[in-house]
Design a protein around this ligand. Sequence first.
Ligand SMILES: [Zn+2]
Length: 248
Amino acid sequence: MLVVALAGFGIYQLTATKDDAPNDISNNKMNQSDRQNNDKTTPNFDKARYSQTDPTSIWVIVNKKHGLSPKTYIPNDLVVPDVRLRVPGNSSMQVRQVTADALEKLIGDAKSQGINLELSSGYRSYSFQVSLYGSYVKSDGQAAADRVSARPGYSEHQTGLAADLDDLSHKCHLETCFGELPEGKWLAAHAYEYGFVIRYPKDKESITGYAYEPWHLRYIGVSAATEMHIQHIETLEEFFGVSGGVNY
Ligand SMILES: [Zn+2]
């Protein structure tokens, strides 16, 4: 059983790397021509290409209606990206390999344009989320905690596909004013080119379940992020037609 699962995972990894790697030249060319063609959508974009429930899938949807299965899932390809890290040596500085590759490119390109970003938080384990969520509940109560922190097994950070970024001054660390900084504005404009979406956009709390988080990126691959961008669809729930919302 385990062997079958691992073999399946290996095949998935190869497919995902081949078609959604941010450095893939043919993909970049396709996206550039998409933009030049007056934001034409892709007629046959296949939203069923990857699973929305398999935790290893780059399109897995994790929200208050859809927890990770298994709840204690741990990605098997966590790495520390070669970018500026807020807490070097901390286990939360890891992300999955695909996320790392895309982050390195994004943060490198941003830097060349005078936009300096660092990784603030990436992978968080189930047990870390137990203590993080617990501390919010203890200080603010469960209702307030649910607005800002995921219950254990329901955090996108556990997939290794999410990354909180920050500017180097930390003046808007985990604050909505990050969206008004040059760094936040650059991310809002360019994240999709590297396969990321701003996972919790403004005024979408009723859909995503979370208040605006301009610092929280989610990797879904260049093709899907570009498709969402050109269709002006901001949330994964709306794009893939998956339920979400503020209640568990
Ligand atoms: Zn986050």
